[in-house]
Design a protein around this ligand. Structure first.
Ligand code: RIB
Length: 309
């Protein structure tokens, strides 16, 4: 099967990351041990993850022509990614995320200011119609303005493009939008917030999946962190475990998963094989620091899979 094109529609922000022995509580100052600045944003991380996994990707996002915006453009150039569908704001600066990582537990706390990528206009969305129409998959999340997400999902749905919808950062989702989603990919916390069902067992994960099926979603993929991923289609459901790895930084692991998932689906793999591939990409990413820079290349994912059969 010919590899299908993927449109990734979503946020770009610059990640300002510090690691420290513990996360500060309000009012506390903690001395950090490492500081890194680099490309990030859930949409961009997912686009890069798909590209590095071997996919044919168009990244749609919005930045400003400023110092942080140049980080997006330079990264895309380095990775040979098409930047012709990056929009430029005249109003707001390129967004930024303040990320604090606890060295002891690898947990993080993030404050993201979306800036330019929360201003994607109707006209911006309409201008990518040809790209979306010619894609096999649209991958998007909730880290840009929601009206733009709704518009691009509607467009993809009208053309029969498979919509893969990552529910991060979680917020209420209309039934109208859910109806057009083919594959939904919440993590367990997001699944609980959206469905009201605590995803603490396979049985309850299936109940959460049934909630989404009731809204018209066709396939449910709930990421469970170190427990792996729960996959549910109308025919079959189950958990695909992940191998144990030395975790350094879990930030962006969900993005690694989503990007690699769509890359594998676009090669014609079924949802089970694609989730195994995505688990491998996420497992590698958590052994590295940072977000966009932690996304593995195809050879690394294939090697990981052959070593962890
Ligand atoms: O999912 C991780 C991403 O979320 C980070 O890159 C940060 O930008 C935040 O938005």
């Amino acid at each position: 099967m010919k590899q299908q094109h993927i449109t990734v529609f979503g946020s770009f922000v610059v990640d300002l990351m510090s690691r420290a022995p513990h996360l500060p509580v309000p009012g506390e100052t903690v001395k950090g041990s490492v500081f890194r600045i680099g490309p990030g944003g859930k949409g961009f991380n997912q686009g890069v993850a798909a590209k590095k996994a071997g996919a044919d990707v168009t990244m749609v996002t919005k930045i400003r022509r400023d110092t942080f915006g140049n980080i997006a453009l330079n990264t895309m150039k380095e990775l040979d990614m098409d930047a012709s569908h990056v929009f430029f704001s005249e109003k707001s600066e390129t967004g930024a995320a303040l990320i604090m990582v606890d060295e002891a537990t690898s947990q993080n706390a993030i404050m993201v200011t979306l800036g330019a990528c929360s201003e994607i206009t109707k006209e911006n969305v309409d201008s990518v119609e040809e790209v979306v129409k010619n894609s096999g998959y649209l991958l998007t999340q909730l880290e840009t303005n929601v009206d733009a997400v709704e518009r691009v999902v509607d467009m993809a749905h009208r053309y029969g493009v498979t919509v893969v919808f990552n529910t991060a950062p979680v917020q209420p989702i209309s039934d109208e939008l859910l109806r057009k989603v083919d594959i939904i990919t919440p993590n367990e916390v997001e699944a609980e917030i959206l469905t009201g069902i605590q995803v603490d067992s396979e049985e309850n994960a299936q109940k959460a999946a049934e909630y989404f099926f009731g809204k018209g979603v066709k396939t449910v993929v709930i990421t469970l962190g170190k427990r792996g991923v729960f996959v549910s289609t109308k025919q079959k459901h189950g958990i695909l475990p992940v191998p144990k790895v030395d975790v350094l930084d879990t930030t962006g692991a969900g993005d690694a998963f989503n990007g690699a998932l769509v890359a594998s689906l676009a090669e014609g793999k079924d949802i089970w094989e694609a989730c195994g591939f995505a688990n491998a990409a996420a497992s590698i990413s958590v052994t590295r620091m940072g977000t966009t820079p932690s996304m593995p290349v195809r050879g690394e994912i294939d090697k990981f899979l052959s070593e962890h059969k």
